[in-house]
Write a protein that binds this ligand. Structure first.
Ligand code: ADP
Length: 704
């Protein structure tokens, strides 16, 4: 190499050549250089350039993600009118400083996505500034839309005015005693702690690095906008954890009511469902690093208070519409100005409701040589619901005739019928279920509900990943539901005072005698056969002979709801049966109870036992599925374990376990505190689960 940046080899001033492993790599060639170069030199150069570009692209993506996370966090931090709690402060400090880069202006972003409604460019004004820290040199090819990280301009539609300020739910308002079968659909946004979730992003896990992908999670419910059970919680939390690892993540769910914090994109499409053209609109919001896209249609609004309500045909119609609209989202919705596209893309469908999505992806695109690099993963949250119907329903799905066999199942339960879940399981590139225990159980006759054979045939692509919990939403130290009416936030350090305060407040609120020494048992969940409510009923005579208190919160089967009222009427000084769906009450029971019962007949994962342990409430559970995976039985000899489990599927199994728990609560206080502390200090975070999901996404990506 000469003094004037001239290499001896090609003898060009400002030569950009470099050496690698003793070889001379020509980057820019003069005419002499060209003469002297061989074809192999050219291919090496091309190869090296490609690698360099790939590395730059990756780096830029990571920088943009970090920037986005940080700016999101600082924006929200500024919103606090009061100083945040000590824990928030700790987390804030961990944030460190952002990469010091100057934001650059961007040109208007164009999208090729067609719109049957208003033009995209006007509906989605290009962001005026981009948070991107660095920009590739001009010689570097621009990113393709599918690989570019999104900017975070709020999707303001000039036709509908500026987005309204998201309303904050008042956790202290609204009691729902006596309500039946209520769905949590954007009304009682209980703990509005989602806004602090960005704080969690600060202590972010390692980035996915080269494994970073575009992920679209599709589900029938998503907390806090819509929730009837664990599925809503998972869809509200897993995407945030994936985003914290650096993935670009979107959630697609129906818009069941007028969500105040999601805005119209101006994009409208029509889909044929059961021979009828239905128009949908797309709404969007960006929260905690995740794009949330809501599919708007009158058929979703009609079931706002009971999202799985209506006849079988009506439910199927809604799910067809959801899946058809969702599979096209990567082409039509330019989140932050850029559509996801199909590169490096994986869909995560959830339960039978969205099991049509992998099939539509295959039939409408992949079979036609399109979206060839897009993959689908189907998550089983509950095998008991499968989308069964007569084979004559198949015509409504809008699929080619040769797909019919994927839907046709003959089993002792349903005879020959159409099974939507089965087609999704067969077609998806990978299957996840929500615990290791359930991954085994759903392959058995008892646990497979007729699909055990199908799962066994496809168990090569099945993996169990235990759900995590949203550590901000369910955190006794931050929980806003514990900030009024005598409740108190607490942590491991203040367990001895904070939890008794919550117990007294709960007893007071429910009108039970305020007694600190009496064990207070809780139950929260759907009132149906799965949750073992009838075993609790069977255990009632035994329980009422003990000095204890019992509070049950649930909605579901009418006879079981009436049973709750009946028990409350019979044992006014001991029992409270709260029929309704109230997130705030669920939080308060979780904090105030000493013991949480979960005698489920089967339980794919279960979240309440995880929340209970996080709150120092000791779970007593039937040893099945996710309950067996997550609750370690107490062993007095080694002083280990986090609760009690029972194997015998009978009332006596429950009463034996409860007897031991109550005995320990009364007579072995030190052991009890140990159980509480071990439960509270476990790592139950979604970050751990998200890493395992990422492994599944990668496995799907490399499946041909
Ligand atoms: P499921 O089988 O219903 O999904 P999970 O234990 O996985 O059961 O999750 C149930 C979720 O729904 C938890 O967040 C729980 O607190 C919540 N939940 C269940 N019933 C009620 C209710 N009546 N009121 C409020 N929250 C409820």
């Amino acid at each position: 190499w000469g003094a004037a940046r001239q290499c001896h080899f090609c003898r060009v001033a400002e030569c950009l050549c470099y050496r690698e492993e003793g070889r001379h790599i020509i980057i820019r060639m003069s005419s002499e250089g060209e003469k002297g170069s061989s074809n192999s030199d050219r291919s090496t150069v091309l190869e090296e350039s490609r690698k360099l570009l790939a590395r730059q692209k990756e780096l830029l993506q990571q920088i943009e993600e970090r920037q986005r996370t940080y700016s999101d966090f600082t924006n929200k931090k500024d919103e606090y009118s009061e100083p945040p709690s000590a824990e928030l402060n700790d987390l804030v400090e961990k944030a460190g400083k952002p990469v010091n880069v100057t934001p650059k202006k961007t040109t208007g972003l164009e999208t090729s996505a067609p719109s049957s409604g208003r033009p995209l460019i006007t509906a989605w004004p290009a962001p005026s500034t981009q948070k991107s820290g660095t920009r590739a040199p001009s010689s570097v090819k621009p990113f393709s839309p599918s690989s570019a990280a999104p900017s975070i301009a709020p999707p303001v539609n000039p036709f509908v005015g500026p987005p309204p300020t998201p309303a904050k739910a008042d956790p202290a308002s609204g009691s729902e005693i006596g309500q039946t079968a209520r769905t949590e659909v954007g009304h009682e946004r209980a703990p509005d702690v989602g806004d602090t979730n960005s704080v969690q992003a600060v202590a972010s896990p390692p980035l996915a690095g080269p494994n970073v992908m575009n992920v679209i999670v599709v589900a029938a419910e998503c907390a806090p906008w819509s929730k009837t059970g664990g599925l809503g919680d998972v869809v509200g939390a897993l995407p945030k954890a994936l985003s914290r690892r650096g993935h670009r993540v979107m959630v697609v769910a129906p818009r069941y009511s007028n969500y105040l914090d999601a805005w119209e994109t101006g994009i409208h499409k029509r889909y044929n469902v059961s021979g009828q053209d239905l128009e949908v609109g797309y709404f969007h919001t960006y929260k905690d690093g995740v794009d949330f896209v809501f599919i708007d249609s009158p058929i979703f609004h009609a079931v706002a208070s009971n999202i799985y309500g209506g006849s079988r045909e009506e439910v199927l119609r809604r799910m067809i519409l959801l899946c058809k609209a969702a599979v096209e989202v990567p082409w039509h919705i330019p989140c932050g100005g850029v559509c996801y596209g199909d590169g490096n893309l994986v869909f995560i469908a959830n339960d039978w409701h969205t099991a049509l999505l992998p099939v539509y992806l295959q039939a409408y695109y992949r079979d036609k040589g399109l979206m060839e690099f897009t993959r689908s993963v189907l998550v089983i949250h509950n095998m008991a619901h499968q989308g069964r119907g007569p084979m004559s329903d198949y015509a409504k799905l809008g699929l080619p005739e040769h797909y019919a066999d994927k839907f046709r199942l003959f089993d002792p339960i349903g005879g020959e019928h159409m099974n939507v879940f089965m087609a999704g399981l067969i077609t998806a590139h990978r299957i996840v279920t929500v615990s290791h225990g359930y991954a085994g159980e759903c392959q058995t006759r008892e646990g497979g509900w007729g699909l055990d054979g199908v799962i066994r045939d496809h168990n090569w692509k099945l993996r169990g990943v235990v759900n995590g919990i949203d550590d901000i939403e369910w955190n006794p130290k931050l929980d806003p539901c514990l900030q009024s009416d005598g409740y108190s936030n607490y942590s491991l350090e203040t367990l001895a005072t904070g939890k008794p305060a919550c117990k007294a407040a709960l007893q007071q609120e429910l009108g039970l005698p305020v007694r600190s020494e009496v064990p207070l048992l809780g139950f929260i969940g759907r009132l149906d056969n799965q949750k073992g409510v009838d075993w609790i009923a069977g255990a009632m005579p035994w329980m009422m002979n003990q000095d204890l208190q019992l509070v049950m919160l649930g909605t579901g089967r009418k006879d079981l709801e009436e049973m709750l009222h009946h028990f409350e009427g019979c044992y006014r000084d001991k029992v409270r049966g709260w029929v309704g769906f109230s997130v705030k009450t669920a939080h308060r029971i979780t904090a105030g109870a000493d013991i949480l019962m979960m005698p489920s007949r089967f339980e794919p994962c279960g979240l309440n036992q995880l929340y209970a342990m996080r709150y120092g409430t000791v779970p007593v559970v039937h040893s099945v599925g996710g309950l067996r995976d997550t609750v370690k039985p107490f062993d007095p000899f080694t002083d280990s374990g986090t609760g009690w489990t029972f194997d015998r599927p009978a009332v006596s199994g429950l009463t034996d376990a409860l007897g031991n728990a109550i005995w320990t609560y009364r007579d072995f206080k030190k052991s009890w505190t140990g159980i509480q502390q071990r439960g509270m200090t476990q790592d139950l975070s979604w970050d751990n689960a998200a890493q395992q999901y990422e492994e599944v996404l990668l496995a799907a990506k490399y499946t041909w």
